[in-house]
Write a protein that binds this ligand. Sequence first.
Ligand SMILES: Cc1cc2nc3c(=O)[nH]c(=O)nc-3n(C[C@H](O)[C@H](O)[C@H](O)COP(=O)(O)OP(=O)(O)OC[C@H]3O[C@@H](n4cnc5c(N)ncnc54)[C@H](O)[C@@H]3O)c2cc1C
Ligand code: SF4
Length: 356
Amino acid sequence: MKVDEEQFIGKFISCYLGHSEDKYIRWMASSGGVVTSILMFMLKEKMMDGALVVKMEGLEPKLIIARDPKDLIESMGSKYLSVSFSTKFRDLLKSEGKYAIVGLPCHIRLIRRVMAKNKGLHKRIILLLGLFCCRVISPLGFKVLLHKLNVREHEVKEFKFRGCGWPGKLYINLKNGREISLPFFSYWRPLYSTYFFTPKSCMFCSDMMNEEADISFGDAWLPKVMKRDRLGSSILVSRTSRAEKILEEAQKKGFIKLTKIEGKEVIKAQWRPIFFKKIMLPIRLMLARRERHNIKLGSIKLFFGLVCALIQIANMRFSESLIGARIIEKLPLKLLLFYATFQAALEYFSWRLITG
Ligand SMILES: Cc1cc2nc3c(=O)[nH]c(=O)nc-3n(C[C@H](O)[C@H](O)[C@H](O)COP(=O)(O)OP(=O)(O)OC[C@H]3O[C@@H](n4cnc5c(N)ncnc54)[C@H](O)[C@@H]3O)c2cc1C
Ligand code: SF4
């Protein structure tokens, strides 16, 4: 299979490696803090009246319309949970002014549909900032994480999936004053990188890089960056001329720092979610519908594809049964990590075999 950049990334103008020039934002955000810094820039330059973002309230991700820098700081960081957009989006449509919206690919897709029906909205929704997204964690998967850490839901005052450098740390502040902190990968890899606790809708979603956003953002999982960077770096994919203009201005005014990179580096950094969504999806669909779904792979490639897809589906199904979730909860993280490493190695081998 020949690697076609646009097939994996979507239509784009430029790709960048970047980070916030504000040290606090870069440190406390998920990757490079660029989403928050671009919103800060737009707010301070009075280009918009606010932005639709997500803030954690205890264990609940809540949509808010951030109208000042404090709101933006409080909503920094990724919430790997499902958030419903409809009510707050309706509120935003009712209020006067210009707004930016941050969202996952399924959110941005919905907003583009609404904008297509209502042309006047293009003047009011001035920028769509899209996060890369491989999946969210199911509510059961979130519970298992808390139980593994011996935390009960009602004890939690504050919860953060990431922050404090890069790749960052999970942070929990309990009502009794106890604090829990552990490295992002130490829980993410064993519990979620195997597609345990992935909702069905995410198993059948094909948009990884937020292809309908003006700018898409993800982690810069490039070996050369990961070796030296402990503060945080993001990958940005700019897709519209408006996005290019805003990025240029934000950099000029000292909010962000950007370096151009090639599409193939974006693919290198994001090979695993691309493999999951762009290569494995047709195979998962074929298995679900029991029909050959326009898959043009030779027999060896198809064999490895089928093995990977079957493992992904089996892991998702197993973890969503109460017995499966209980078993995962009881297994030591080290054993789960061993399994996750085996699966990642098999997927990497298959990715290289299929994409050449
Ligand atoms: C569910 C999910 C899955 C992701 N999957 C991947 C992936 O597979 N690969 C990858 O490289 N990156 C992924 N990301 C993106 C990555 O985690 C960072 O969000 C991205 O790199 C931007 O980092 P930043 O430091 O610039 O953002 P920050 O400056 O920290 O700002 C993040 C912004 O995103 C908003 N936000 C957070 N969670 C949500 C949410 N659930 N829905 C809508 N808005 C939200 C916040 O309100 C904030 O405005 C995912 C993010 C999420 C939320
Ligand atoms: S994987 Fe797709 S459906 Fe699932 S949260 Fe991400 S964008 Fe939405």
